[in-house]
Design a protein around this ligand. Structure first.
Ligand code: DGL
Length: 276
């Protein structure tokens, strides 16, 4: 039976979603990907739900115009406040968000049923993680901590700096000094996995850190299988095309930190979403 060679669209407000793309590419080596980072309008995490929904709709229409067979919202803020609107607007193209897979990873890891979710202001305000976790584990205690400054630190490539250590201390110190501290931390923002080592050092090895990248890749693999959308022809090398709404040079340079390998600036196309 022939497979479906159309690419999978992956969308984030910036470059953090490349941590999800990395897991997707490793899990699905036969698939092609189109990644869009709305770098001109980052951060989404400080904006209202209405604005994030409008931006996400514009962005995902660009992916549709590239002929994608599925869209992955590799942005926690957009998944938190815009997933239903995107599913309605893009139907019948399936849309997968990162919140449900991230919640699943957190519930799978906790032993004391106390889970901290570190996220942007917008994700915390929307409450989607707390709802998703309680749907899976009704007696879970979810402590949501907005950590908006982590986004800028990650984008600067400042994972191992005093500034990051200070921000980690300020955001997490009080939470983990309590006797009833959570035993699990969900990195509920696509930018935060690059700060994982600094966070882990602060909270200690007894605390489990999880992010939604791996579980999202699993959810995408399942959705492709359910709908018979897998690319079966592995003869061509995996291809990834990048779109950014601001500086391809910066996208390639900083994006490499999130993707875990170099990005060629010539593979990044500058796009104006207002023209789509
Ligand atoms: N991609 C966003 C998220 O995962 C973080 C960056 C932003 O605030 O736009 O929530």
């Amino acid at each position: 039976m022939p497979g479906d060679p159309r690419p999978i669209g992956v969308f984030d407000s910036g470059m953090g979603g490349l941590t999800v793309l990395r897991a997707l590419a490793a899990r699905l080596p036969q698939e092609r990907f189109v990644y869009l980072g709305d770098t001109a309008r980052l951060p989404y995490g400080t904006k209202s739900a209405e604005t994030v929904r409008a931006y996400a709709l514009q962005a995902t229409h660009l992916l549709l115009s590239e002929g994608v067979k599925m869209v992955v919202i590799a942005c926690n803020t957009a998944s938190s406040v815009a997933l239903e609107a995107l599913r309605d607007a893009l139907s019948p193209v399936p849309v997968i968000g990162v919140i449900e897979p991230g919640a699943r990873a957190g519930v799978g890891a906790t032993r004391n049923k106390r889970i901290a979710v570190l996220a942007t202001e917008g994700t915390v305000r929307g409450g989607a993680y707390a709802n998703a976790i309680r749907r899976l584990m009704c007696d879970a205690v979810v402590i949501q901590q907005p950590c908006q400054v982590f986004v800028a630190l990650a984008e600067e490539g400042w994972a191992e700096t005093r500034a990051t250590a200070a921000a980690v201390e300020d955001y997490l110190g009080p939470l983990f000094a309590r006797p009833d501290a959570p035993d699990t931390v969900v990195l509920g923002c696509t930018h935060f996995p690059v700060l994982a080592a600094a966070i882990q050092r602060h909270v200690g090895d007894a605390i489990t850190l999880v992010d939604s990248a791996e579980t999202t890749a699993g959810a995408v693999a399942d959705a492709l299988a359910e709908r018979n959308l897998h690319a079966r022809d592995a003869s061509e090398a995996q291809s990834i095309r990048f779109f950014a709404t601001d500086s391809p040079e910066r996208f390639a340079r900083i994006g490499a930190i999130f993707l875990g390998h170099p990005i060629d600036e010539d593979d990044v196309t500058l796009v104006d979403l207002k023209m789509v």
